[in-house]
Design a protein around this ligand. Structure first.
Ligand code: FE
Ligand code: FE
Ligand code: ZN
Length: 280
């Protein structure tokens, strides 16, 4: 049987869950990502049980699965400033409680920036944060995102993600989200050596940890450590590399989420393009 490609994009959460489901259908998506709250941080909107119930029914009818919630960018799980660190931990704990309204989905966060404390200390604090917020009974899988290695970012190397996972007690609740723009900017050559990158991912982290792909092209050249997303086919990755990624036997059954600079109509076109490039 032909496997149905799981592909979608980032959607605005401002109208609630059902509105996101409807937007997903509008753009031809069967998975989607959203921010748990304003990407710059702040308080989250209360979850409306009626909205969630209607959303679940809608997802069932329309074949929508694999919700990926993205933590706010301001969340730094290894901040040096105590108030910033406390904010990160409280926000993450609250997000994970809220995620249980839509059980069995994914929660992605940028591991953090060590802001001069050093990579070792950063890794230690991120693991400590996770050990504080993960609960044995949670149904959400928490994903560390692969980063471009900009500034003091943690997670630009697969070894850094491995070191975090090794220190998390409840690490069966943990996985990794691979961002194609970030790894390319970070110096993993997914254009010319996708096989080699996947082999390295498997050797260091383990492919069983890979649970989602952020599918983005990059405005910057290979190994630039920059992190600026480009539309599919419009940047330094190019369409051929994207085609190899979405069809690769080790990746093709994963959910793909576009975080490209687009409005809904642009996303609809990219999703249609990706489906047209899918091989049997
Ligand atoms: Fe991200
Ligand atoms: Fe991303
Ligand atoms: Zn990015």
């Amino acid at each position: 049987m032909a496997d149905i490609m799981k592909v979608g994009c980032h959607l605005s959460a401002s109208g609630g869950f059902l509105a996101m489901g409807k937007d997903a259908v509008k753009v031809g998506a069967n998975v989607f990502q959203f921010f748990t709250r304003n990407p710059r941080g702040g308080t989250a909107k209360a979850i409306d049980p009626a909205d969630v119930a209607a959303f679940h029914a809608f997802c069932g009818e329309n074949g929508i699965s694999h919700l990926l919630a993205h933590a706010p960018y301001t969340l730094n799980a290894c901040a040096a400033n105590e108030r910033t660190l406390t904010f990160a931990r409280e926000t993450m704990a609250d997000d994970l409680v809220r995620m249980e309204a839509v059980p069995g989905n994914l929660y992605n966060f940028h591991p953090g920036s060590h802001v001069g404390q050093g990579m070792e200390k950063g890794i230690e604090l991120i693991a400590e944060t996770l050990n504080m917020v993960l609960k044995p009974e949670q149904t959400t899988t928490v994903l560390l995102e692969t980063m471009a290695g900009k500034g003091s970012e943690v997670g630009g190397r697969f070894e850094e993600l491995r070191a975090i996972l090794d220190r998390v007690e409840l690490n069966d609740h943990m996985g990794v989200c691979l961002d194609t723009c970030h790894v390319h900017d970070g110096g993993y050559d997914v254009v010319n050596d996708l096989e080699g990158v996947l082999r390295e991912f498997d050797r260091v982290i383990g492919l069983d940890r890979l649970r989602a792909i952020h599918l983005n092209d990059s405005k910057n050249p290979f190994s630039s450590h920059k992190d600026r997303h480009e539309v599919i086919g419009g940047g330094s990755l190019g369409l051929d590399a994207v085609k190899r990624i979405i069809n690769h036997p080790l990746l093709r059954s994963l959910p793909f989420y576009l975080e490209t600079p687009n409005e809904l109509d642009g996303y609809a076109k990219e999703i249609a393009l990706l489906r047209s490039m899918r091989e049997e």
